[in-house]
Design a protein around this ligand. Structure first.
Ligand SMILES: [Zn+2]
Length: 96
């Protein structure tokens, strides 16, 4: 499923799906980042350092399947497939 609309503010990413919309905070997205650096830290059993004031600085669509998110501190290699973003949103709101 591909969102109808993607909205970005420094604090959050909003995705509008055919069945409703979901919002993911910059903090949650950063914590879920799967770029090489973050995965390497996770494999070493370390927490990924997340700046206290994590903000989103931009996004780039990757084909029709994913978004690449850029954070204000220059962290920009994380790729978020639509399915992964849906999983994150579902985990955030288990009832919906
Ligand atoms: Zn990362």
């Amino acid at each position: 499923m591909t969102p109808i609309e993607v909205g970005l503010t420094p604090q959050a990413l909003t995705l509008v799906w055919p069945g409703g919309s979901t919002t993911l905070s910059a903090q949650a997205l950063r914590a879920a980042c799967r770029c090489a650096d973050c995965r390497a830290a996770a494999l070493r059993g370390q927490a990924v350092p997340i700046p206290a004031a994590t903000m989103l600085a931009g996004l780039a669509p990757l084909g029709h399947y994913a978004l690449q998110l850029r954070f204000a501190d220059g962290h920009e290699r994380g790729i978020y497939p639509w399915a992964y973003l849906q999983q994150l949103a579902a985990a955030q709101h288990p009832s919906s």
